[in-house]
Ligand binder design. Structure first.
Ligand SMILES: Cc1ncc(C[n+]2csc(CCOP(=O)(O)OP(=O)(O)O)c2C)c(N)n1
Length: 617
């Protein structure tokens, strides 16, 4: 069928099983072709095709509210709700979002991007529904990776007590981005691989042939089947039942008969239900099916026939790679690398292979990762927590209350700082400086290049304080020299200049050289400063800059409020011009496009500095 012609999911109600299967094949082809051009979350969406179709067949969106956790796997939902024609703009500037968006469709009742919010959101929508005396269903679809996060236990704890009617669909593909971890995962694994799962499937088929498709007998039949499964095959209790939910499953998430049967039964239940659905991540695209690293979870454009991911910048290296390689170069027996489920994105696989006993993947558990690191440091270990800037938002209190307050020797590698591009507003790394700068004891550094990065990591290893090293998603040249420590709180002059000073850090140091060159052609000489330490700052150097009595500019890929510039303003009454991100959420797009929109591209900064200097002269 022509996927682009789908307007809304109503058409699914009339489709036969064969037609549903054909539709799944067509949607998979569409996803592979489309994502190969734009990039996007491929594997998770390929795995959830039948499940999403079945949900839309059984329920009535938008009256029934369907929430996808993280919502990186909501592409099939987007297709079924009439958004296929926009897929060539997926994750691009002003294009279709890669996540659910309330403004995009009446079929998107909630928004996310960060994981594990769907159960709390579903309960909120369900309690609100009951207060409004409405009758709609609320369905949350959550992956086995995301359900391991602490927020979900807060929500389950509450759901189990209120017994509010809602449906949780646990999409268990045995994978987070890479292989899932943890005791809950092991519990699900046991259920999934119970040798009798096949037996349950046969029984499901049997059940279907004996009972009418709707009504009480169906619900009863399922309950019996579930109880039998539990009694006979599992020695311990099912965790969700112990928490007060009705558990159905495990069921085959690629089989329409099973899916419809259990979804219809859940519809009949007046209590909270969790349906455990087994799916295969990457299904239908062999390269993604066989991926255990998470390479095909979120992917850039690729050649769909050969499975070759296009690398536009083969000579450059990602900051994540440089950081993890530097840790390997500087490795000692006490260093412990910790990741909250981002082994692949943080480029820690090589470290894990080389030092398996010094590597910990805690799953999607940012808060836990940070407290764990803090306690490890109390045992004289040197934890290195690699965490994306936007996910560090989850760990704020742990950085403040635990790590900084106890002044512990924890190194936090803050990855994906600045504009991250296609993931958009939930993932922009533009807030960390604002929330970290006021915290006492903490050292915050942003290297300008790979050599400075390795040197800062060496400094961090040898400094018994909380030490944050910030770096972006960009790729740069990887140069190696013998690592040497950098004196804490020192800045570096990059160019001399008597007409004014431009203070910047991170990738903007290199990019600002172009601004300085252009200004020079206009006979404006600006001193360029690499403020590699954002805290503590180089007070001596900054005082010299103040004494020059010339315009001072601070150029940052960070929120203006709480930026380095605003911090500097608190210690001088001199006029400082801050070029930073205004009070707005930055949407999706390429970094260059977004910097231009924010007037933070080098050309805009060049023009602004030129104007200011001319005014000052
Ligand atoms: C708070 C937070 N941490 C990390 C991530 C990065 N992330 C996005 S999807 C994902 C894995 C989700 O796994 P699962 O829930 O099993 O879904 P699947 O993709 O396997 O369907 C992770 C770690 C995130 N979005 N939010």
């Amino acid at each position: 069928m022509n996927i682009n012609e789908i307007k809304d999911p109503k058409f699914l109600k009339k489709l036969s099983k064969k037609e549903l299967q054909d539709l799944s094949t067509d949607i998979r082809k569409f996803l592979i072709t489309s994502i190969s051009k734009t990039g996007g979350h491929l594997s998770s969406n390929l795995g959830i095709v039948e499940l999403t179709i079945a949900i839309h067949k059984v329920f009535n969106s938008p009256k029934d509210k369907i929430i996808f956790d993280v919502s990186h796997q909501s592409y099939v939902h987007k297709i079924l709700t009439g958004r296929a024609p926009m897929f060539d703009t997926l994750r691009q500037y002003k294009g279709l979002s890669g996540f659910q968006k309330i403004s995009e469709s009446k079929h998107d009742p909630y928004e996310a991007g960060h994981s594990s919010t769907s159960l709390s959101a579903a309960l909120g929508l369900a309690i609100g529904r009951d207060m409004n005396k409405e009758k709609n269903h609320v369905i949350a679809i959550i992956g086995d990776g995301s359900i391991s996060n602490g927020i979900c236990y807060e929500a389950l704890n509450h759901i189990g007590e209120t017994k509010t009617k809602l449906i949780i669909i646990l999409n268990d593909n045995n994978m987070s981005i890479s292989k899932n971890v943890g005791a809950l995962h092991n519990h699900l694994d046991k259920i999934r691989s119970a040798k009798d799962y096949r037996n349950v499937k046969t029984k499901t088929k049997e059940l279907m042939s004996h009972i009418p498709i709707l009504g009480k007998p169906l619900y009863k039949g399922i309950k019996n089947l579930k109880n039998n499964f539990k009694k006979i095959y599992l020695k311990e209790g099912l965790i969700f039942e112990e928490l007060g939910l009705n558990y159905y499953g495990p069921i085959n998430g690629h089989d329409f008969d099973e899916l419809e049967l259990y979804l219809n039964a859940a519809k009949k239940s007046n209590a909270p239900v969790i349906i455990h659905v087994i799916t295969e991540k990457g299904k239908g695209y062999p390269f993604a099916e066989n991926d255990r690293q998470g390479k095909w979870h979120g992917v850039g454009p690729f050649d769909k026939d050969s499975g070759t991911i296009i690398n536009n910048n083969p000579d450059k290296t990602s900051w994540s790679e440089i950081v993890s390689d530097s840790i390997i170069r500087l490795m000692n027996k006490d260093i412990v690398a910790i990741t909250p489920a981002m082994e692949n994105g943080s480029k820690l696989t090589k470290f894990k292979q080389m030092f398996p006993n010094n590597f910990i993947d805690v799953g999607i558990a940012e808060e836990h990762a940070l407290i764990l690191a803090n306690a490890l440091s109390l045992e004289n270990k040197i934890p290195f927590v690699s965490i994306y800037s936007s996910f560090l938002q989850r760990g704020y209190d742990e950085v403040l209350h635990d790590i900084a307050r106890m002044n512990s020797h924890v190194i936090i590698g803050i990855d994906r700082c600045g504009i991250v591009g296609a993931d958009g507003e939930t993932h922009q790394g533009i807030f960390d400086l604002t929330f970290l700068l006021p915290i006492p004891n903490i050292i915050i550094a942003s290297p300008k290049d790979s050599i400075e990065c390795t040197n800062l990591i060496k400094t961090a290893i040898n400094t018994k304080s909380p030490f944050c090293i910030r770096y972006s998603k960009n790729k740069i040249d990887y140069k190696k020299t013998k690592p040497t420590e950098i004196k804490i709180g020192t800045w570096e002059q990059i160019t001399e200049g008597s007409d004014g000073t431009l203070i910047t850090y991170g990738d903007f140091v290199e990019e600002s050289k172009e601004i300085i060159k252009k200004l020079k052609k206009d006979k404006i000489n600006i001193e360029l400063v690499n403020a590699r330490f954002l805290k503590p700052i180089d007070t001596e150097y900054f005082n010299k800059i103040i004494k020059k009595n010339k315009p001072i500019f601070v150029y940052e890929e960070s929120m203006k409020v709480g930026s380095l510039g605003s911090y500097l303003k608190t210690i001088t009454n001199k006029n400082i011009t801050i070029f930073g991100i205004p009070d707005t959420f930055v949407l999706q797009g390429k970094r260059e496009e977004l910097l231009k929109e924010l007037e933070l591209d080098t050309n805009s900064i060049y023009k602004k500095i030129k104007n200011e200097i001319r005014k000052a002269k």
